[in-house]
Structures are given as C-alpha cells and as structure tokens.
Unconditional design. Structure first.
Length: 255
C-alpha cells in the first residue's frame, strides 16, 4: 500500500512548539507538507521548526484574531495556499472547582476555544475558495469528567461542539473537520498518569489531515497506538403517562 504523502499541501499547526502539536507538525513535515509551526513561545516554535524539513516558525497569539490572521497570512505569503489547519493550542492546570474564578475559566477558554475559532475562521475563506480543506481540532477526555479541571473540561467541550458545526457547514464545500481527544505525555498531562509518548497520537491526526480521508464531524479518542470513535446517541424515548414530576420519575426509573 502506498505511503500517504502531503507533498504540495500547506499545514498550519498551533501549539506546535512542544508536546502533541510538535508531534503532529513533525509527522506532517516528514510526509512532505509545508508546515507553519505556531506557538506563542517564539523560541519553542523556532527550535521545533529547525528540526523539520519544509517548516517555518511563526510566533503569534491565536487567542487574538489578528494573531490568527497573521499566521494564515504567513502561510499564504510563503506558499500561496493553506490546506490543513490543526488547532492544538491550549492550556490547563489543576484547580478545584470551588477555587476557580471567572478569570481562570477565561484564561483556559482563550487558547482552546477562541484560539481554535480564530485560526479556523481566518483560514476558512481560503479553504472554501479552493473547495478543499482538512481541519483537526483538539478536545480532551476531560469532557467525560476530570476532577480539578472543570475549566479545562468546559473549554474542550466547547471545542467539540464548535467542530461539529464547522463540519456541518463545511461538508458541502469540501472542507472536512474532525476532533481528536488525544492521550499523550505533555506538560499538561496529569503527573504520574502513565500517559504514552505523544508521538503515538500523530499518525491518526495525519490521517485525518489527508486528502484521502473523508471522515467529517467525528470525534476520536487517540493515543498509545489505539483509536476509538466517540459516539453521541440518545437513549430510547420513554412514554410518560402522567405529566407530573412523579410521572417522569417513574418513567426514568423504569427506563
């Protein structure tokens, strides 16, 4: 079976100075993509890009719309197009719910939610104009519940919902969007949690970025050499005889 290549494709990867983003960018570059390695830490972005063929570092804060626009603009200036957006920027720390403040929540929502929105939104008209694009966003298993990281879980849940809508609107335009819930050892991992090498999350992301991949509007738990499709489904609809609180209690108890 022939190797999946990205020759001639241009990818923008945010949060790519370290960890998972670095792993994604490295594999895409190794398979022939021209990669814009974005990170708010310019030194980390430069060091990362220096290890990859066909890569360019670009330090910008994608939480700010102008930062995301300048990142996409850099790809267009250097290569004349953008084909792939991997929105990976994020931040997190452990803090019990009782101790969280609105500022804490905003600090986490910024990179994950606004960073994702801004960079995809900046690339969107170019992806639509060429009737082709692949978007991969980053959620987290925290959406299932992660004590001490309610702010992070909420932000990653928002990314998941945002991606579903991007996928719906992009499907007829040739722009496919999927979300990954990666598991890998990074600075944001739970200490001592036994997370696998972050590089093992890169192959499934690369597949979702490839032109042969027609997955759209899907979410995948990835890492450690495994993948699981994440499904949302409602249970069977229960007939409620008595339209009272007690009626719903009884129906849900039976169901």
């Amino acid at each position: 079976m022939s190797e999946l290549r990205f020759d001639g494709r241009v990818a923008v990867v945010t949060g790519a100075g370290r960890g998972l983003g670095l792993a994604y960018a490295t594999l895409l570059a190794a398979r022939g993509a021209s990669v814009l390695v974005n990170d708010i830490d310019g030194d980390a972005a430069a060091e990362a890009a220096s290890t990859m063929p066909g890569a360019q570092a670009f330090a910008a804060d994608v939480v700010v719309p102008a930062g995301a626009a300048s990142l996409v603009g850099a790809a267009l200036t250097a290569h004349g197009r953008v084909d792939i957006v991997v929105a990976n920027a994020g931040t997190s720390w452990h803090q019990p719910f009782a101790d969280l403040t609105a500022a804490d929540v905003q600090a986490v929502f910024g990179p994950s939610v606004l960073g994702t929105f801004n960079v995809v939104h900046a690339a969107w008209p170019h992806l639509v104009a060429q009737r082709y694009g692949r978007v991969v966003t980053t959620s987290s298993g925290a959406v299932f519940g992660f004590a001490g990281r309610a702010h992070y879980a909420a932000a990653k849940g928002a990314v998941l919902a945002l991606t579903n809508n991007i996928a719906l609107e992009g499907a007829a335009l040739g722009v496919f969007a999927n979300c990954v819930l990666p598991w890998g050892a990074t600075r944001l991992s739970r200490p001592g949690g036994g997370a696998p090498d972050a590089a093992l999350a890169a192959p499934p992301v690369a597949w979702l970025c490839h032109e042969q991949c027609t997955e759209n509007g899907q979410a995948f738990v990835i890492g450690g050499g495994q993948v699981a499709r994440m499904n949302f489904a409602s249970g069977p609809h229960l007939e409620v005889v008595h339209q009272t609180p007690e009626g719903y209690r009884d129906a849900l108890t039976r169901g």
